[in-house]
Design a protein around this ligand. Structure first.
Ligand code: ARG
Length: 257
């Protein structure tokens, strides 16, 4: 999901970057999320939220998503959660509703960091939960997933969960690219990843980027936050860096119990 103001800002940047390249060939991004449909059960903690975002079950009764996916902190009974399935129309889907939301205190908009929120569900879900990464991550490839668009120009969301392997892009390189587009990254709060063949896209926000923990288990290292278009050359996807926010997220989860 994209908030209107940010969307407009990004669209403006997009248009100007396109006109700057007028004459050169702007190739449409293909295969944005890498094109693989997740088999049922592969990512059991991945959930879809009714406002058009992704999320993860981090406790039986708590979903982690992006700050820009929710309205603010407080009582909230309007978010419908679909869980436990790759195919959202499957009869095996488990559903729950939001009861309360805590959004990161400093949240302004996704480009300025603090892009996380936790949602308390009206009932616990009987599904595995995803642990949050403790350590800042180094280089490497990570996996992103979501029910969002598979191409920048697509107008539809997917019925089935897609996932792709995305290479980490160093902060300095990512910051330099987005500085040209008028956005200043916050290196400790943002992680960049993606390539011209694999990226998250609209509708994937709030969903996880995962990597392997110390014992080889999946851990969540990022939250899909924003990007300039999808899979554009030189403009990787930008994620909320979970190692930075883990203590604050855990404190928020305790308040939700
Ligand atoms: N803000 C988008 C959303 O609300 C996520 C965009 C991610 N874009 C990217 N190129 N990685 O769904």
């Amino acid at each position: 999901m994209v908030r209107k103001a940010t969307m407009l800002a990004l669209v403006a940047v997009l248009l100007s970057s396109q006109s700057a390249q007028a004459g050169s060939l702007v190739r449409p991004a293909r295969d944005v999320v890498g094109g693989l449909v997740a088999p049922q059960g592969k990512f059991p903690w991945a959930v879809r939220l009714s406002m058009g975002c992704g999320g993860t079950l981090i406790e039986p009764r708590v979903v982690l998503t992006a700050g820009h996916c929710v309205d603010g902190t407080g009582k909230n009974e309007s978010i419908q959660v679909t869980a436990g399935v790759t195919d959202l129309k499957s009869r095996r889907a488990q559903t729950a509703r939001s009861e309360r939301v805590i959004r990161a205190e400093g949240f302004v908009d996704e480009t300025r960091g603090d892009d996380w929120a936790v949602v308390r569900l009206d009932k616990p879900l009987r599904l595995p939960t995803l642990p949050l990464a403790q350590d800042p991550i180094g280089a490497g490839a990570f996996v992103v997933m979501g029910w969002g668009q598979t191409q920048e120009a697509s107008i539809q969301q997917e019925e089935r969960l897609h996932y792709a392997t995305v290479p980490i892009v160093p902060d300095a390189k990512c910051a330099a690219a987005y500085q040209k587009a008028g956005v200043t990254l916050v290196p400790e709060e943002h992680l960049c990843a993606g390539s011209t063949t694999a990226d998250a896209c609209q509708g994937d926000s709030g969903g996880p980027m995962i990597g392997h923990g110390r014992r080889g288990e999946w851990v969540q290292v990022g939250i899909v936050s924003w990007g300039l278009g999808c899979a554009r050359d030189g403009y990787p996807g930008v994620y909320t860096q979970l190692s930075t926010f883990r203590p604050a997220i855990r404190a928020a989860v305790r308040k939700l119990r």
